[in-house]
Design a protein around this ligand. Structure first.
Ligand SMILES: Nc1ncnc2c1ncn2[C@@H]1O[C@H](COP(=O)(O)OP(=O)(O)OP(=O)(O)O)[C@@H](O)[C@H]1O
Ligand SMILES: [Mg+2]
Length: 289
C-alpha cells in the first residue's frame, strides 16, 4: 500500500485551529472584549452590524500596544500575559493562549489601530485571512480600536452555519451582558446597525450594575449574598422567590471573574430555592466565586 498521511499546509491548519476559538460572531466579540479588559480599559464602545455577521468594531481606552508588538500580536502563541508554565496558576488576565487575534484574522479581515499613552504616534495594521496586508504609523487616540469584517468569508461552511441575524445579535448581546455584570466599573456603549442599543455608565457596585443590565424589576428584588468557606468566597445577588423566571438564563455565575455555565452550580442554587419556588420556575442571580 502507498503511504497516505501528509502534513496539512500551514494556512489550513490555522483555519482549523481558528474554528476552535471562533465559532460565531459572538466569540469574536468575547475575545475582543476580554483583550480590552486585560488592557485595563474603562470605556468600551462596541459597534455591530447585522448581528455581528457583517462587522464588529470595538474601541477601548486601554494601554495600547507598542509598535513592535503589533505584528507579533497576530502570530499564534504570541502573548504578553504568560511567560512560564507556572504563570497559569496565578493568572489575573482573561487571555493567556495567544490565540485570539490570529484566530480571528485567519477567518476575517482585521484592521487594528493602537496607541500607547506616552507615544506620539500610533500603529495601524491590516490582516486578512492570516496575512499581514499593511503596517504603518498613524495618528489615533490612546487605546486600541479593532474593526473585524468579511467574517467567515474565507470559510463558507462556517458562514452557512450561522443562524439568523437576530439569533447572532442575541448571542452578541448575551456576551456583552455577561461582561457588563462582572465589570461594573467599565462604561459600555453598544451600537447595532448604527443605532444606540445600550449606554451603561460605570457603576459603583455590582448591585447597581445589575439593575442597569437586567432591569429595574429584577434589581429591586435582589438580596445580597456573602459567604466564605475555606479558601472559597462567594458574593453577589439573588432574586426573591417571587421574581421567578421560566428558564435559567438569568442565572449568571463567575469563577475568578470568568463567566461559567455549570449545571452543578445551577443545581446548588436551585436546591437553595427548593421549597420556595414552584417546579420549572427559576430565580435570577449573579454570583461571584
Ligand atoms: N485591546 C488590546 N489592547 C492592548 N493590547 C492588546 C489588545 N488586544 C490584544 N493585545 C495584545 O495582543 C496580544 C495577543 O492577543 P490575543 O488575544 O491573541 O492573545 P492573549 O489575549 O494573550 O491570549 P488569548 O488567546 O487567550 O486571548 C495580547 O497578549 C496583548 O498583548
Ligand atoms: Mg486575548
Amino acid at each position: 500500500m502507498e503511504p497516505k498521511i501528509h502534513l496539512l499546509p500551514e494556512e489550513l491548519t490555522h483555519k482549523i485551529a481558528a474554528g476552535e476559538v471562533i465559532e460565531r460572531p459572538a466569540s469574536i466579540l468575547k475575545e475582543l472584549m476580554e483583550n480590552a479588559l486585560d488592557a485595563g480599559a474603562t470605556n468600551l464602545q462596541i459597534e455591530i452590524e447585522k448581528g455581528g455577521c457583517a462587522s464588529i468594531r470595538i474601541t477601548d481606552d486601554g494601554e495600547g500596544m507598542d509598535p513592535a508588538d503589533v505584528p507579533l500580536s497576530f502570530r499564534r502563541h504570541a502573548t504578553s500575559k504568560l511567560a512560564v508554565f507556572d504563570d497559569l496558576y496565578r493568572l489575573s488576565t482573561f487571555g493567556f493562549r495567544g490565540e485570539a487575534l490570529p484566530s480571528i484574522a485567519a477567518i476575517a479581515r482585521v484592521e487594528l489601530l493602537t496607541r500607547q499613552p506616552q507615544a506620539v504616534a500610533g500603529t495601524r495594521i491590516v490582516v486578512e485571512n492570516g496575512r499581514i496586508q499593511e503596517v504603518r504609523e498613524t495618528g489615533c487616540p490612546v487605546g486600541t480600536a479593532i474593526f473585524v469584517s468579511k467574517i467567515f468569508d474565507a470559510v463558507p461552511v462556517r458562514k452557512k452555519f450561522l443562524k439568523t441575524e437576530a439569533t447572532e445579535q442575541a448571542a452578541c448581546m448575551e456576551v456583552i451582558t455577561r461582561t457588563a455584570l462582572s465589570h461594573e466599573g467599565v462604561k459600555i456603549r453598544v451600537l447595532s446597525n448604527g443605532r444606540q442599543q445600550w449606554d451603561i455608565p460605570a457603576a459603583p457596585d455590582k448591585g447597581r450594575r445589575l439593575g442597569l443590565v437586567l432591569g429595574r424589576e429584577t434589581s429591586d428584588s435582589l438580596l445580597a449574598v456573602k459567604g466564605v468557606r475555606g479558601n472559597i468566597s462567594i458574593t453577589g445577588y439573588i432574586s426573591r422567590p417571587e421574581v421567578a423566571r421560566s428558564n435559567t438564563k438569568s442565572i449568571y455565575c463567575y469563577v475568578n471573574g470568568r463567566y461559567v455555565r455549570d449545571p452543578l452550580l445551577n443545581h446548588a442554587i436551585m436546591t437553595a430555592y427548593r421549597n420556595l419556588m414552584e417546579a420549572k420556575r427559576y430565580p435570577a442571580a449573579a454570583l461571584f466565586l
